[in-house]
Design a protein around this ligand. Structure first.
Ligand code: DOR
Ligand code: ZN
Length: 349
């Protein structure tokens, strides 16, 4: 008989967008229901470029943690062409801020203040390498001539390989990988390089977004790729290779910003993230590999302790709500209105 319950060391989400303001009342409880820690992306408007701003943002997040829950946001700074050295030194002494996020300017949501060329940020990256601060990279080139489905591969060839050669001491996470090439690149690197894998890139490929009508709620960046890439990601996530760990990139947008003639990129997976990872791992007979991917390999990469609590998942069908409140709007979650097969014990979605 198929397994009915399983217990997992409490997982962490190593890549998360919580947004700000009233949205936190929805996003924070959804993540805090099962994740102990999460790396919080800094692409707010304006972006989080100072340690002091990151700490104030962290306080706003903590105000939305439900009574009785424990949740520790791990903050990041947004890398601009001129992030001051002082901020990096402050970051290195501040345990609540753990990394710097690299957005190529124009690559995605609120990335206008991002990096315009890698040369401009090399001095900052050199300091980060010395201080042991990880660089979290959105790995896509932004050139209009480059096909959107090839942008990750080009980033690896043009930016990442030279960066690894020039600055091998820098710790790098290639975030939300989406291609076979990214899996191969990370697999061939040493322990200085890790990668997060989202649940939506494991569950879906570009047919889900495009094959029977354009579905804006499947639009994210990096964009969903063809099925051979999806298979490579599933193999990587379930391989037991510690370089690959859980990062949802759960990225909520108000309904009207998704269902629009110029819709925003992002899929809101937080309300069922761990349940959906369990679904994928079970489909390939690898439920026993989930704990390492979700709870062990991330802290190992970041040099942090593994959580001590546990969570339990039970095989029990439930239906994802069609939408959730989101400030003065609503947000449509992944699998809206559909059935899910795993349920978190004591979960409140
Ligand atoms: O789909 C995405 N949404 N990809 C990103 O890189 C950013 C994120 C967001 O902030 O909406
Ligand atoms: Zn992201």
């Amino acid at each position: 008989m198929a397994q009915q319950n399983f217990t997992l060391i409490k997982p962490d989400d190593w890549h998360l967008h919580l947004r700000d303001g009233d949205a936190l009342r929805t996003t924070v409880p959804h993540t805090a229901r099962c994740f102990e820690r999460a790396v919080i992306m800094p692409n707010l408007k304006p972006p989080v470029v100072k340690v002091s701003d990151a700490l104030v943002y962290r306080e706003r997040i903590l105000q939305s943690v439900p009574e009785g829950a424990t949740f520790s946001p791990l903050m990041t700074l947004y890398l601009t062409d001129n992030l001051p050295e002082d901020e990096l030194r402050l970051l290195a002494d501040e345990p609540h801020v753990v990394a710097v996020k690299y957005y190529p300017a124009g690559a995605t949501t609120n990335s206008d203040s991002g990096v315009t060329s890698i040369e401009k940020v090399m001095p900052a990256l050199e300091i980060m390498a010395t201080l042991g601060i990880p660089l979290l990279m959105h790995g896509e080139v932004t050139d209009h001539e480059v096909d959107i489905f090839d942008r990750e591969k080009h980033f690896i060839d043009q930016i990442l390989c030279p960066l690894r050669a020039n600055l091998p001491e820098l710790k790098i996470v290639l975030e939300h990988i989406t291609t076979r090439q990214a899996v191969e690149f990370v697999s061939g690197e040493n322990e200085q390089v890790g990668a997060t894998i989202t649940v939506h890139h494991l569950l879906f490929n570009r047919n889900d977004m495009l094959a029977s009508g354009v579905k804006p709620h499947f639009y994210c960046l990096p964009i969903l790729k063809r099925d051979i890439h999806q298979s490579a990601l599933i193999d990587a996530a379930t391989s037991g290779n510690p370089s690959f760990f859980l990062g949802t990139d759960s990225a909520p947008h108000a309904l009207g910003d998704k269902e629009s003639d110029c819709g925003c990129a992002g899929i809101y997976t937080a309300p069922a993230a761990i349940e959906l990872y369990a679904e994928v791992f079970e489909q390939v007979g690898a439920l026993d590999k989930l704990e390492n991917f979700a709870s062990q390999f991330g802290p190992r990469f970041y040099g942090l302790d593994t959580n001590t609590e546990t969570i339990q998942l039970t095989r029990s069908e439930w239906r994802m709500p069609a939408h959730f409140e989101f400030g003065n709007s609503t947000v449509v979650p992944v699998r809206a209105g559909e059935r899910l097969s795993w349920r978190l014990r004591g979960g409140t979605t």
